[in-house]
Design a protein around this ligand. Sequence first.
Ligand code: MLT
Length: 208
Amino acid sequence: MTDLGFIHRFIPATQPGLPPLLLLHGTGGDENDLLPLGEQLSPGAALLSPRGKVLENGMPRFFRRLAEGVFDLADLKARTLELADFIAAARTAYALAKPVAVGFSNGANIAASLLLTRPELLAGAVLLRAMLPFEPQAPPDLAGKPVLLLSGSNDQMIPAASSERLIEVLQAAGADLVYKALPTGHNLTQNDLIIAAHWLKEFGLENL
Ligand code: MLT
């Protein structure tokens, strides 16, 4: 589907009462990549999966970077707002409740950027291998916003200092943060799936 401003896939819910998942892929992924993950994490939930519009050597991303871990902040801001518009349009088009963002790597970074910029659009977020995408000018208000952050303690792509700074910013903003550093690298493991699925289940129960 190319409407609503982003090429995307939408899979309607088959179970009532589960929050929709907004799936945000990593660099080089696309709108198909995380659908199996979404199905595993929350069986029967609606899945909304856009493709990032920036191309880096042919690889889709959600915003430009100047080098690994060095972001084009003007582009990041514009792309975050563009994605925010897509979420609002998709909620209307598909009659969706507020989604929980589930982002991996570059997708986790734009999910964090959405949380810091337009927190009212998300019911919560699962950030898999995220860093602080930008230093907020004013402290955001994330009071009670459920966020799960899973890092890899041997991740070569995400500097530990930057995910630690993300934790500080989320905690200072009042987010209801669950953080775990898993004994792994950048790639996702079975542990990520188990922890994220459990977190989403609790999330669903608390928000029924
Ligand atoms: C980013 O650019 O968002 C991070 O470096 C993660 C990635 O490589 O996608």
